[in-house]
Write a protein that binds this ligand. Structure first.
Ligand SMILES: CCCCCCCCCC/C=C\CCCC(=O)SCCNC(=O)CCNC(=O)[C@H](O)C(C)(C)COP(=O)(O)OP(=O)(O)OC[C@H]1O[C@@H](n2cnc3c(N)ncnc32)[C@H](O)[C@@H]1OP(=O)(O)O
Ligand SMILES: Cc1cc2nc3c(=O)[nH]c(=O)nc-3n(C[C@H](O)[C@H](O)[C@H](O)COP(=O)(O)OP(=O)(O)OC[C@H]3O[C@@H](n4cnc5c(N)ncnc54)[C@H](O)[C@@H]3O)c2cc1C
Length: 536
């Protein structure tokens, strides 16, 4: 019924909405949100209030001057009892005049690192009344007399966030494809230095260090696209089960969505930054689009769940799985490897060997965390303090788990798809899987030395494998980014345009600056000249 009322109006854009959950005082700790929605059975309304400055909603995208409705997450009070945070759909602006409604204070939060078009806003309520059916009642309900009907699973309120986290993984694949396209095309056009006096300046794409900076971004885009597809399929399956009242698989989805969102956003932000830096000064130009792209990707490390907090959520699940598995209980498919108690096998420098190695690292780290927590608790430390003192290791265990999931999914999905591909295309995709896997083995070689039987000669061989792969991938690099098929209008980059006219585009963009409208800018007459004449 509520969906019939709101969804059609949202689909045809009569309703422009946003998700107003975060407040000035709380973004992570949702149970600490201060906005209140108090039920008045006499009028069958909720009264929304922002009791403190820190209760003001702060950050919601589009809230400042665009949205006329929003989903407000507030502490639900009825019959004198606080039932915790619940979502409400609330009209905040007049649909004709767009004026804020009486009792609503709304506005712009000010300049940010990037995301300048997101119109993030603040929102406060002063005894603002909304009808009872403003409470989104799919999970919990408040009856006309104020009786609260509990949801069968309180965490279903958090479901929106799981959905967005799932989507963000695929978003990161896209952003990395943009960064890799810009930086690799520019690296094919840019010639610099003279390593061989009797030869012309080479393309910077031929410097192996440039390949090391860029090819991982290209491979990661494919790895995250494939993992994002797998995660979406998992989300659809879990959501279908939830619809029929079965929430058994939700905890696993929450855990894997948390760590994949955290790891893919962190990798995307750092690799887009590497793409920017690999383009030298021109990568620092706004017209290259790389600084804007960095601003967008780094924001994802914070929004929809701050990365550390999400990695700790996954760690919570891994520790619980370890404790469950140690009692012989079955584990979820993504965590089942934690109970592999077989002896550490002889190391193999193969994809399967490396994937197995990352699973050993994750299981080893989780076991170390459990042991440390148990030891601290036995010494009289509270569980909460023991958890906090172990939290650096817990985050590392989560990251290792996430990497094992990405490596295994990337390899399995490309192997499955390869049968339907032409041999040359299958070969190139396998090279990207190989590069991605060996790159991360070398990045985390310390962990592999701690938890597997990898030896020095294996590491030397992996380094050589990696450098050979850079050489093999080089001839196909421009073709691989062209295959993302990103139009110039989408790339929006002087460095990444398909025609490679970088220098002409840089100059064309520069000449558009208002500061170039006249040869002598007014600042000379207002400031420089008086200063030079000692008059300032
Ligand atoms: C249509 C296409 C869309 C594409 C979109 C792509 C993105 C586009 C760009 C968007 C740009 C900006 C959007 C950004 C929007 C936002 O940022 S919205 C705000 C996001 N905010 C958060 O994510 C808050 C993070 N905090 C939390 O989730 C919770 O506070 C936290 C889980 C950290 C702690 O909550 P507690 O209630 O204290 O929970 P715990 O005690 O830790 O755990 C209790 C149990 O509940 C389980 N749990 C927690 N969360 C979930 C969940 N989401 N789903 C399922 N289960 C959950 C947890 O595992 C515990 O279970 P256990 O007790 O261990 O069994
Ligand atoms: C571009 C952008 C768009 C956004 N859009 C929206 C939106 O549309 N709607 C919305 O509701 N919100 C939105 N947000 C807000 C976003 O969801 C929050 O900023 C995010 O959830 C983090 O919360 P916080 O800012 O309170 O950070 P905090 O939680 O205060 O984090 C600060 C530090 O504290 C640490 N920390 C916090 N809790 C713990 C813990 N338990 N253990 C260990 N460390 C901890 C964090 O790791 C971090 O290092 C947006 C934010 C950004 C940047």
């Amino acid at each position: 019924e509520q969906q019939e009322k709101w969804v059609p109006r949202a689909v045809n854009m009569e309703i422009i909405g946003t998700y107003a959950q975060t407040e000035l005082g709380h973004g992570t700790f949702l149970r600490g949100l201060e906005t209140t929605a108090t039920y008045d059975p006499n009028t069958e309304e909720f009264v929304l209030n922002s009791p403190t400055l820190t209760a003001y909603k702060w950050w919601p995208g589009g809230l400042a001057h665009t949205a006329n409705h929003c989903v407000v997450v507030a502490q639900l009070h009825s019959k004198g009892v606080n039932h915790g945070v619940h979502p409400f759909i609330v009209q905040i602006r007049d649909e004709d005049t767009h004026m804020p409604l009486p009792g609503v204070k709304v506005g712009e939060i000010g300049p940010k690192l990037s995301f300048s078009t997101a119109n993030n806003g603040f929102l406060g309520f002063d005894n603002f009344r909304v009808p009872r059916d403003s409470m989104l009642m799919k999970n919990a309900q408040v009856l006309k007399d104020g009786t609260y009907v509990k949801s069968r699973l309180s965490k279903l309120t958090y479901g929106t966030m799981v959905f967005i986290r799932v989507m963000i993984v695929t978003d990161m694949a896209y952003y990395l494809s943009v960064g890799a396209t810009i930086a690799i095309r520019y690296s094919a056009v840019r010639h610099q230095s003279k390593p061989k006096e009797n030869e012309p300046e080479p393309q910077i794409l031929d410097y192996v260090t440039q390949q090391h900076k860029l090819f991982i971004a290209l491979a990661s885009s494919h790895a995250f696209r494939v993992t994002g597809q797998w995660l979406w399929t998992t989300f659809v399956r879990v959501n279908k089960a939830l619809t029929s009242g079965n929430a058994d698989t939700l905890p696993e989805l929450h855990a894997v969505a948390c760590c994949l969102k955290a790891v893919t956003t962190r990798d995307a932000a750092s690799m887009v930054e590497a793409c920017r830096m690999s383009c030298g000064g021109h990568g620092y130009m706004t017209s290259s689009y790389l600084p804007i792209l960095y601003g967008i990707t780094t924001a994802a490390c914070t929004y929809e769940g701050e990365n550390t907090v999400l990695l700790l959520q996954t760690a919570r699940s891994l520790v619980k799985a370890w404790q469950k598995g140690s009692k012989g209980k079955p584990l979820s498919p993504t965590e089942a490897y934690l109970m592999d108690k077989s002896p550490v096998p002889k190391w193999e420098n193969t994809l399967d060997g490396i994937i197995a190695g990352f699973r050993r690292v994750s299981a080893g780290k989780v076991q170390d965390c459990v042991s440390k927590i148990d030891k601290l608790v036995k010494m009289g430390t509270s569980y909460e303090d023991a958890w906090n003192q172990t939290s650096v290791r817990l985050v590392a265990a989560s990251e290792a788990h996430s990497r094992a999931v990405i490596l295994a999914t990337f390899r399995a999905e490309v192997s499955r798809a390869a049968a339907a591909l032409s041999p040359p295309l299958a070969r190139v995709l396998h090279q990207l899987v190989h590069l991605y896997t060996v790159y991360w083995a070398l990045e985390r070689v310390g962990d592999l030395l701690l938890y597997t039987s990898i030896a020095e000669r294996d590491v030397q061989e992996l380094q050589q494998q990696y450098e050979d792969l850079l050489q093999k991938i080089r001839p196909n690099t421009v073709g691989l980014v062209d295959a993302f098929d990103l139009r110039d209008e989408i790339l929006n980059s002087t460095l990444g345009a398909y025609d490679g006219r970088v220098y002409e585009r840089l100059m064309e963009e520069a000449l558009k600056s208002p500061l170039n409208a006249e040869p002598v800018n007014q600042s000379f007459h207002k400031y420089l000249k008086p200063f030079m004449q000692g008059k300032l």
